[in-house]
Design a protein around this ligand. Sequence first.
Ligand SMILES: [Zn+2]
Ligand SMILES: [Zn+2]
Length: 143
Amino acid sequence: MTQHDTAGAAREFLERTGLEPTLNRILVLSAVAAHHRPVTAAEVHSHILREHRINRVTVYRILDLLADRGAVNRFNSGERAQHYCVGGNHSHFHCTGCGRVQCIANEDLHFDETAVANALNLAVSHVDLHLEGLCPDCARAAG
Ligand SMILES: [Zn+2]
Ligand SMILES: [Zn+2]
């Protein structure tokens, strides 16, 4: 699913994933998709709280379920909290200055699957590279 999908799309997506589309699951999946960057469980929780009551533990449990079923991506950015985002196969950049995490299209990394296959004899089916460094703002501040 794309990041512009609505609750209706979240419902369809859950059904396709074989998960019963309960209200809480739709709210959690929509909240992740509403952001254009990876979010933490705490961010998902406060996003939903703007309009609905939901228990923090419920948010954590649903995020784990969605990640286990491949409905959301879950990864550790190097910060303490796990991050979640939607969208297929892609990579992430973690700024060690401000802690921001962003999604990066694999096409932008020019990752060469054929070269890896030839050099290491590995058939690559999924690429999620973890990049770390300074974002433009932090690089400028570091001068
Ligand atoms: Zn930064
Ligand atoms: Zn991402």
